[in-house]
Design a protein around this ligand. Structure first.
Ligand SMILES: Cc1ncc(COP(=O)(O)O)c(C=O)c1O
Length: 385
């Protein structure tokens, strides 16, 4: 796929592996299967049975690193490849000494795996901002950064309600107070422009299993200054020259590969290259515009059907999915799934995720099916049965 062929957001639709009448609205949870990932996995299986498989795999790793660095405006030496976002978060801070400044400022709306990583930090103290169970706002962060704050952890877009925070403003306030900034961009990367210099973050983490159109099993850690203290978790890929294979030497290169551990999962790596190549061919500003338009139309339509939809107060603060309030979201998702509509239930909401491939027909299909579900299940919008 070339940049030219994918310039129109909808042309990505032709790369989806499912029949064209399947509406995939779940990229906030899992990427749709694409022909490109299918081909990449077939190639990986082919490579496994040839001599030189590990070399081929290393080339794929290098390509994934390059494509991701390009996507976020980073240098390849600022990007580490890890198995998941939780480990990447751990790696970002594990070498840090928590002395006078011990506070990590985060939010209950943070993805639990990231929040748990902070809670598990010995000697660090976690402070929460934003009301529990409700939408966090940029202002909640700005009002709680203090000279005691060591790290400010911000989801670029929250995983449940898709609140998009103003990372740049938060980062400026954090830096003025002498704190570092960590961004979890798993719900943003691949579906909106992301540039680490614009965001002004010190660390950024994301994975390939969602809007980046790969598979789960691979995460990226961006580190602005990757020559800080080495992490406490390591492996042979974290060495200056991994292929020297010296068991008695523990050195750390002055680039982000010092955060790496052991062998990555080849299937995830090959799929990452396929997904990142697709995303790299998109104009993400147009994709953002496209998804915002679809979200506004979907929200309006669902509200007219009497549904309760959680939306950010202004369109710019909305991520790429919307959250429909439904206590039995799993049951609704299963019902929709049998009708070829793939959605993402999570903690009392049904998430509908948009991407470049999402069409007006997908929105018609899901809105009509939700109306039909209400009749069949005799449930009321937003209420427990
Ligand atoms: C915002 C966010 N961060 C992180 C993750 C995943 O973290 P991990 O790769 O550690 O499973 C998810 C979803 O699964 C997510 O939505």
């Amino acid at each position: 796929m070339t940049a030219a062929t994918l310039a129109r957001p909808a042309s990505l639709r032709q790369r989806l592996a499912a029949p064209s009448d399947v509406a995939h609205l779940a990229a906030c949870s899992i990427a749709p299967r694409t022909l490109d990932v299918d081909q990449a996995i077939a190639r990986m299986l082919d490579d496994v049975s040839r001599p030189g498989f590990w070399q081929a795999c290393e080339e794929q790793v290098a390509q994934a690193r390059r494509l991701f660095a390009q996507l976020i405006g980073a240098d390849v030496d600022q990007v580490a490849i890890l198995p998941n976002a939780s480990i990447a978060a751990h790696q970002a801070v594990s070498g840090r000494r928590w002395r006078r400044r011990r506070e990590i400022l985060t939010t209950p709306a943070e993805f639990p795996g990231i929040a748990h990583t902070w809670l598990a930090r010995p000697r660090a103290r976690v402070r929460w901002c934003g009301p529990p169970g409700a939408a966090v706002r940029t202002a909640d962060y700005l009002s709680q950064i203090t000279p005691r704050t060591a790290l400010v952890s911000v989801p670029a877009v929250t995983y449940r309600d898709a609140i998009r925070l103003d990372v740049t403003r938060i980062a400026d306030a954090a830096h003025s107070a002498g704190a570092a900034v960590f961004v979890d961009a798993y719900q943003a990367a691949g579906v909106m422009p992301l540039d680490v210099d614009t965001l002004r973050c010190d660390y950024l983490v994301t994975g390939t299993g969602k809007y980046l159109l790969g598979l789960p099993g691979l995460a990226f850690l961006y580190v602005r200054h990757p020559d800080g203290p080495p992490p406490t978790l390591t492996g042979w890929l974290g060495r200056t020259d991994p292929h020297a294979l010296r068991a008695t030497v523990l050195d750390s290169p002055a680039h982000a590969r010092r955060y790496e551990t052991g062998t990555p999962a080849p299937a995830a790596v090959y799929a990452a290259v396929a997904g990142l190549s697709l995303v790299g061919g998109l104009d993400l500003r147009r994709v953002r515009h496209h998804t915002q338009r679809l979200i506004a139309a979907t929200a309006q339509r669902l509200a007219a059907q009497g549904e309760v939809v959680r939306l950010a107060t202004d369109a710019d603060a909305q991520g790429a999915h919307l959250a429909l309030v439904e206590p039995r979201a799993e049951a609704m998702a299963a019902w929709l799934g049998h009708r070829g509509i793939v959605t993402a239930p999570r903690s009392g909401v049904l998430r509908l995720a948009m991407h470049a491939y999402t069409t007006g027909e997908d929105i018609d299909a899901v809105c009509e099916a939700i109306a039909a579900y209400r009749c069949r299940s005799r449930t009321r919008p937003g209420a427990a049965r």
